[in-house]
Design a protein around this ligand. Structure first.
Ligand SMILES: C[S@@+](CC[C@H](N)C(=O)[O-])C[C@H]1O[C@@H](n2cnc3c(N)ncnc32)[C@H](O)[C@@H]1O
Length: 324
């Protein structure tokens, strides 16, 4: 991967409809319906092709469940598949089990509120409204959007009113929302039991790869952490849990793919970002390096990475298949 070390353009601009920081872990649990839709669409097609009679699908980093629900709408015969949406954030999983989903008009999935869409947005709104029913604003507060600007009210007038939806009961019969840590995946599940494992936009959290803090606020990077080892252990567990031809699905944010170099990386395998603070990026992508090692996985689908300047269309494989 070629990286311009002088780039300061990185920032998270997308506003997700579920936009919170977990009090216990300090992690962002933000998510949206159909987040990075092309990857979800491709992943569901592969799952249906490889496992036409059904399989278990583990959606780790499932946050408040919107990812698992999106996947379920995209599976043609979803009842054949057992979906587990797991997250270490109790708060996010409580939201999922509450089964009331708010959509903010300005969020990434705000287009679902508009029935007059075109193209893929029209298709997605149609399948969404087929499987969800709109309800009035519930009595219990759904404080899923914490940014003040998005919840601003003048007296009784809410500038950006959210709308609320509940999934239709038959539609969610095949989904369980559970607390779960991906590090325990091999202890909780039988060997080679999963047709798909999703872990999107959370590798940066387990590796503490805080690009936003580093580039935006000048936080000191923690270069004591061995990111490569953390990723190696993760991939080993994912490999053991996947069936042959099963897939591993990654997120598309830059923070997942541009790694701060830790002390275990030889100097000549790093690129300086900030000499004064001895801050360096890893030259090689650790996830790709580890996933391609020993020919156990093959990349099936590349996608554009979010967070780079507009004319940069860096693509990274986000769906990997276990081939042996
Ligand atoms: C930024 S959110 C991404 C949510 C969703 N996958 C998406 O891309 O829209 C990251 C989620 O990963 C969860 N997470 C972090 N470490 C985890 C772990 N070890 N096991 C399971 N979930 C984890 C966090 O609690 C958070 O909800």
């Amino acid at each position: 991967m070629k990286v311009n070390p002088n780039t300061k353009k990185y920032c998270h601009t997308t506003f997700t409809s579920y936009n919170k920081i977990d009090k216990n872990t300090g992690f962002s649990t933000s998510s949206s319906f159909y987040h990075d839709f092309p990857v979800l669409q491709k992943a569901t097609k592969i799952i249906e092709k490889e496992f036409p009679d059904g399989t278990d699908i583990f959606i780790y980093a499932g946050s408040n469940g919107e990812e698992a629900l999106s996947v379920n709408t995209l599976l043609n015969k979803h009842r054949k598949y057992k979906i587990y949406s797991l997250d270490i954030s109790k708060e996010a999983v409580d939201f999922a089990n509450n089964k009331i989903f708010a959509i903010h008009p300005l969020a990434e999935d705000g287009f679902l509120l508009n029935q007059n869409n075109y193209g893929y947005k029209k298709v997605l709104s149609t399948i969404f409204h087929k499987n969800f029913t709109e309800i009035k604003k519930p009595q219990t507060s759904i404080d899923n959007v914490t940014d003040f600007i998005y919840t601003i009210t003048f007296g009784d007038v809410n500038l950006y009113p959210q709308r609320y939806f509940v999934p239709n009961k038959p539609f969610i019969k095949n989904i369980n929302f559970l607390i779960g840590d991906i590090n325990d995946i091999d202890m909780l599940n039988k060997k080679e039991s999963a047709g798909a494992i999703f872990f999107r936009n959370a590798v940066y959290q387990i590796t503490k790869n805080d690009l936003t803090g580093v580039l935006q606020y000048g936080d000191s990077p923690n270069i004591e952490i061995n990111r490569k080892r953390i990723i190696q252990e993760l991939i080993k567990k994912v490999y053991n849990t996947l069936k042959i031809n099963g897939i591993f699905v990654l997120g598309n944010h830059l923070q997942e793919h541009l790694y701060i170099a830790d002390k275990s990386i030889p100097l000549n395998e790093t690129i300086p970002v900030d000499e004064a603070r001895n801050l360096r990026f890893m030259k090689k992508h650790p996830l790709i390096e580890i996933l391609t090692m020993n020919g156990k996985f093959k990349p099936l689908y590349e996608s554009v990475i979010q967070g780079l300047s507009k004319n940069n269309s860096l693509k990274i494989p986000l769906i990997w298949q276990k081939i042996k």
